[in-house]
Design a protein around this ligand. Sequence first.
Ligand code: IPM
Ligand code: MG
Length: 357
Amino acid sequence: MKHVKIASIPADGIGPEVISAGIEVVLAAMERSTDTQIEFTHFDWGSDYYKKTGTMMPEDGLETLKSFDAIFFGSVGAPDVPDHITLWGLRLPICQGFDQYANVRPTRILPGITAPLRNKGPGDLDWVIVRENSEGEYSGNGGRAHRGMPEEVGTEVAIFTRTGVTRIMRYAFELARERPRKLLTVVTKSNAQRHGMVMWDEIAEEVSAEYPDVSWDKMLVDAMTVRMTLQPESLDTIVATNLHADILSDLAGALAGSIGVAPTANIDPQRRFPSMFEPIHGSAFDITGKGIANPVATFWTACQMLEHIGQPDASHRIMRAVEAVCAEGVMTPDIGGTASTQQVTDAVIGHIRGANR
Ligand code: IPM
Ligand code: MG
């Protein structure tokens, strides 16, 4: 029996509710496996830990996580801890420390979900956004001087490197090649930003030569929002910078009907370190503890995690079960249903076990 070790970090707000639902579903999907067993180890890191200890995770946190095959992450953010502390104290150190440079965000209109686009249904919106996850506008490069004075300055410098752009571009071309339409859209803002963004365009051109079977085009990020809204069916795989893809992935989630169902994977494609899987939605303190958090984003990212650790069958079983449950209308209130987190979870597990028989 092969033992796969997964670190779970539920962290803040609804994180613990959706992660425990996700673990139930993963274990149900693995029941049939005769050769692999998944073991979860829990870490109580996050904002409560910060309030007790002054740090979001222990100093040797990354060292501890290194021995795991993957990380299953809930959400960070608390009303009484500044956002930059929670973010730079836990999630970003993991992403950057483990060089999880590819952030992968699939979006589809799931069956049974009403999307805001007129006359568009499930087949019309099926995208994967590849977000550069290690540098760019999130590199943390900048500073402040003359604080509080009229002449105060603050800089926030985006860093783009040839290595960083080339590797994310290759990842995106590879992913586009694996998908049926073999279609990639490269997003920049190279009209207004004439250094780093022009380098993105040039590197896209160079890398594209290695993938003659992938069709690709370029979009400026502002025009991209229009195309996503008016011609969603013209897009398939999308690659963009850290910040651009952050914004576009929220738009994608909204156009698909709910950001509450959107998953994300922070991948180290070279597998030197564990990759991290999380729902995109935040900690949602307004509904924490009410038992109505939507677990679908967590189930979907669990599918990404199972793919990554070499369990594609279990992944497909979960995704098919999620689609069936959504189509039946068993949904939480954020997407128009009346079900609780546990009812959605039980329904998904019911489908998985039904298919198991
Ligand atoms: C996301 C989130 C984060 C980001 C926030 C919480 C900083 O919006 O994963 O898209 O911008 O990376
Ligand atoms: Mg975001």
